[in-house]
Design a protein around this ligand. Structure first.
Ligand SMILES: Cc1cc2nc3c(=O)[nH]c(=O)nc-3n(C[C@H](O)[C@H](O)[C@H](O)COP(=O)(O)OP(=O)(O)OC[C@H]3O[C@@H](n4cnc5c(N)ncnc54)[C@H](O)[C@@H]3O)c2cc1C
Length: 107
């Protein structure tokens, strides 16, 4: 791990932490993401285009085809990814229709 990263880790964990005490060191890079997570070119998180400051939405140029996942709004993390799926579901079918469907199946 690079010197800059170790300095940041030591600063955030406080004076009791020393890199010499660290027994397991695992470094994640875009290559790691590509190899183990099969992410396109090691990407991670929102696919924000250069020159734009907004998160990508869910529609695609293909009608009725939507994207969800951490490259779309609201971004990284399992809860955010689940929310992106919920946003797409609510784009396709209204909340009241979801409620009716849940009532119909007894949930
Ligand atoms: C080390 C690490 C720790 C993390 N810890 C947390 C945590 O503690 N809490 C948390 O909330 N989030 C955590 N995250 C983030 C979270 O895991 C991700 O944001 C989330 O899993 C992304 O979900 P996703 O469905 O968008 O993508 P992914 O989970 O990456 O799923 C994409 C899937 O598509 C598949 N795929 C790729 N290309 C193709 C293709 N051409 N054809 C078919 N399939 C393909 C991949 O194999 C993969 O299974 C962590 C991430 C990492 C890397």
């Amino acid at each position: 791990m690079g010197q800059v990263m170790w300095k940041a880790v030591e600063r955030s964990l406080g004076p009791g932490f020393s890199r010499d005490k660290c027994e397991v060191k695992l470094v994640g890079t875009p290559l790691t993401h590509q190899r183990f997570l099969r992410r396109n070119r090691g990407t991670y998180g929102p696919a924000i285009e250069a020159g734009k400051d907004s998160f990508p939405g869910h529609p695609t140029p293909i009608p009725q085809l939507y994207c969800c996942g951490d490259s779309t709004f609201p971004g990284i993390g399992v809860p955010a990814v689940a929310a992106s799926g919920a946003i797409v579901a609510n784009s396709l079918v209204s909340v009241s229709q979801h409620s009716q469907l849940l009532d119909a199946v007894g949930i």
